[in-house]
Design a protein around this ligand. Structure first.
Ligand code: MRU
Length: 351
């Protein structure tokens, strides 16, 4: 299956001009349910509830949400605030809203709705293009054939299309550098077991789900050469916030002499966050941990701590792959050079 047909067959969202249709990822892979959002608060609710998830996809959806607000003649400041509060860790959400706001500030009122719709479409298309570049650059780092382990879901469902870490895996599989794909189930939402396994099956890539606790045994078995993950936010010193469990994988990878690669578009880098300690980490309800499929499995008085992201220190990252290329052993100086390579988006005329 070509990458174009893949993008067509797996989409997180479809924009119709006056509404945004989202594939409800809570029900995959058992049911393919699509829901319509007709205003910004509907999009914010969908982001909060995990209908749409994954840092780049959240950013794209928020951009469309602001375009819906403009279409309805709603207060853009209020709509932006509602969208911006939907989830705290993925910087792509704020990056997209800020880019949309800069454009909104520079256009005449009668052009606002059309211009914001086009900007949201541009953000969507640019993310897809960035992911293709990330896929090629990341795969080229892999001296295969070898197996890889990924975590959570970083594919077409989590992005504007193709995927970040999963894009690297797709490219590496196509070029023969990757010959086995393992994915952690990713408790408690099972993004790996439900979403990554679904995407890989549709792509015809053989994959095996492991329980999150099997990662060390997998690495000890000698079956993988790389761990490849995405990111929700990369701090200015190279620390990486990503799905809970990622830091543990990085520690294990270093112990076992396995490469650790982070794949993310430059929209995931937050130069305002000096280090990982500055990144807000979302904590969700303990019910997500204590219950399974709507049924409580822990005793009634059990409590849970449910942080949904963790921070991997930069010194455990061997390669940070963006659409601008590969940064080995990322640190503050390398991130600053990357930031210089990232063009500022001007609020110019419609493209
Ligand atoms: O809670 P989620 O499913 O939104 O978490 C997603 C992740 O942690 C992904 O790894 C990250 O957003 C990168 S997606 C390309």
């Amino acid at each position: 299956m070509s990458s174009d047909s893949y993008v067509d067959s797996v989409r997180a969202m479809i924009w119709h001009g006056d509404r945004l249709t989202l594939l409800d990822q809570r029900y995959l892979p058992l049911d393919e349910v699509w829901i319509d959002c007709t205003d910004a608060s509907g999009v914010a609710d969908a982001i909060r509830a995990m209908v749409v998830r994954g840092a780049p996809a959240i950013g794209v959806a928020a951009a469309y949400g602001l375009a819906l607000a403009a279409h309805a003649g709603a207060d853009l400041g209020a709509a932006g605030a509602t969208l911006g509060q939907a989830r705290p860790t993925a910087i792509n959400l704020h990056w997209a809203l800020e880019r949309m706001s800069r454009v909104a500030a520079a256009v005449a009122p009668d052009e606002l709705a059309g211009r914001l719709a086009r900007e949201a479409e541009a953000i969507h298309a640019e993310d897809l293009a960035a992911n293709h570049a990330i896929g090629e650059a990341g795969a080229a780092q892999i001296d295969g054939p070898t197996g890889v382990l990924t975590h959570c879901n970083t594919g077409a469902l989590a992005t504007g299309g193709f995927g970040t870490a999963l894009g690297v895996i797709r490219s590496g599989w196509a070029s023969g550098r990757i010959d086995a794909v393992f994915m952690g189930e990713t408790r408690p939402w099972l993004q790996g077991a439900r979403l990554t396994a679904w995407e890989l099956a549709r792509e015809g890539i053989e994959g095996q789900v492991i329980v999150d606790g099997a990662a060390a045994a997998l690495m000890a078995s000698g079956r993988i050469g790389w761990v490849i993950v995405g990111a929700d936010r990369v701090a200015a010193n190279g620390d990486v916030a990503n799905k809970i469990g990622t830091c543990g994988l990085a520690v294990l990878a270093r112990h076992f002499g396995i490469g650790f690669m982070v794949a993310a578009p430059s929209s995931t880098i937050d130069p305002a966050a000096a280090d990982g300690a500055s990144i807000p980490i979302e904590t969700r309800t303990g019910d997500e941990v204590l219950a399974w499929a709507g049924r409580r499995v822990a005793p009634p008085d059990a409590r849970a701590w449910n942080p949904v992201f963790d921070v991997t220190p930069a010194n455990l990252v061997d390669a940070l792959v963006t659409e601008h290329g590969v940064l080995h052993n990322p640190d503050a100086a390398g991130l600053a050079r990357l930031e210089d390579a990232t063009p500022t988006v001007a609020a110019g005329p419609a493209c």
